[in-house]
Ligand binder design. Structure first.
Ligand SMILES: NC(=O)C1=CN([C@@H]2O[C@H](COP(=O)(O)OP(=O)(O)OC[C@H]3O[C@@H](n4cnc5c(N)ncnc54)[C@H](O)[C@@H]3O)[C@@H](O)[C@H]2O)C=CC1
Ligand SMILES: O=C(CO)COP(=O)(O)O
Length: 334
């Protein structure tokens, strides 16, 4: 293995977990976080409060100086690990020669753009890609087996992602379909909210939605994700892979998912601001849902589950009404 200089920009749960993974693999890793006091505390305690059960490897460098972190990876690999809302600003701050992978999953609020579309707008010559797939940060930090997919039009960049993270606990597959990988990652978050709502309602009454409804939502959700992806130019097989079906199953059914937990709490009748305060982490589906729907409408794609979630998140429908609306749709061919 060749040792690589890697910087991870964003010290939340996922950036920290992958920084731990790359440092354990023997790379020279610098993790940047924007909160200087939090980074100083992490330097002393060797823990990130987002991942309270995982020690930070001694060799992992921690900084609140973004320029220093970027310079460290000038010849290596830069990982953008901010939420979707920070991707634009972070990409704009990078030199064009930097090789960059981002981890965020969503459509940008306001513009409705995917990560690769933002990169094309800001840094057309930059070598870029996305790392996605079913992966709770806590499990990766704990060294539990995980498989990811690195997607880029630049084969060398996808190979660099494999070199940075692939190991006996973390497999990294490559893909040449960043559009499909990004659409999967963005839409599954909205669908996970929907499945959380369904599961949260399941004890409300003997005829409440149960396991049958959950399986139907996941399957029809996958169809909805795929319709949008194909309309945006993705390859159909990508949706059967790790970033599509894989991440949808994980996020919709795994209680570590923040998006699923948003759905469970909406089903309890909690207000969205209270839910987000309780979560303490980003739940991208909340911010992406309206933009997923806007993009779908712009290309003439029907996304009824997403539409129901947008109405619920807006406060136009209650949780039970959003689910009832899906059941009241006209019969059609699968
Ligand atoms: N946590 C997980 O298991 C996984 C998360 N992801 C994705 O990774 C992205 C980040 O998620 P997490 O790390 O889990 O979020 P988190 O909520 O744990 O942490 C987000 C961190 O980003 C920082 N941040 C926010 N805006 C920023 C900006 N503009 N510049 C710099 N830092 C900024 C916050 O201060 C916070 O430390 C999201 O898009 C999420 O969907 C993807 C796979 C797994
Ligand atoms: O993307 C994830 C797992 O692959 C994390 O999902 P949540 O953001 O819903 O926790």
């Amino acid at each position: 293995m060749t040792t690589m200089n890697i910087c991870v920009l964003g010290a939340g749960a996922w950036g920290t977990a992958l920084a731990i993974q790359a440092a354990r693999a023997g790379h020279d890793v610098t993790l940047w976080g924007r909160d200087a006091a939090a980074m100083a505390a992490m330097r002393v305690g060797r823990r990130n409060p987002y991942l309270p059960d995982s020690d930070l490897p001694a060799a992992l460098a921690l900084t609140a100086d973004r320029g220093e972190a970027i310079a460290h990876a000038a010849q290596g690999l830069t990982i953008v690990a901010t939420p979707m809302s920070g991707l634009r600003e972070t990409l704009a701050a990078l030199p064009a020669a930097q090789r960059v992978l981002w981890l965020c999953k969503g459509f940008e609020a306001g513009t409705g753009r995917l990560g690769h579309e933002i990169a094309r707008e800001l840094q057309p010559s930059m070598r870029v890609g996305v790392l996605s797939g079913p992966s709770f940060a806590q499990e990766v930090a704990a060294g539990r087996p995980t498989a990811l997919v690195a997607a880029s039009e630049d084969a060398d960049l996808a190979r660099a992602a494999v070199e940075a993270f692939h190991g006996d606990r973390l497999r990294v597959y490559t893909s040449v379909d960043p559009v499909g990988v990004e659409v999967g990652g963005a839409v599954k978050n909205v669908l996970a909210i929907a499945v959380g709502v369904c599961d949260g309602l399941s004890h409300a009454a003997p005829d409440a939605p149960g396991l049958n409804a959950r399986a139907a939502l996941i399957t029809r959700g996958l169809a909805e994700m795929m319709r949008l992806g194909l309309a945006l130019g993705a390859r159909p097989e990508t949706f059967m892979g790790l970033s599509g079906l894989g991440d949808l199953v994980l996020t919709a059914t795994g209680d570590l998912s923040r998006n699923r937990r948003v759905g469970l709490m909406l089903a309890e009748g909690l207000a969205l601001p209270d839910i987000l305060a309780r979560l303490g982490h980003v739940a991208e589906g909340v911010y992406s849902a309206p933009t997923v729907l806007d993009r779908a409408r712009a290309v003439g794609v029907d996304m009824p589950i997403t539409e129901g979630m947008v109405a619920l998140l807006d406060g136009r429908l209650r949780a039970d009404q959003a689910v009832a609306l899906l059941m009241s749709r006209d019969a059609r061919a699968e």
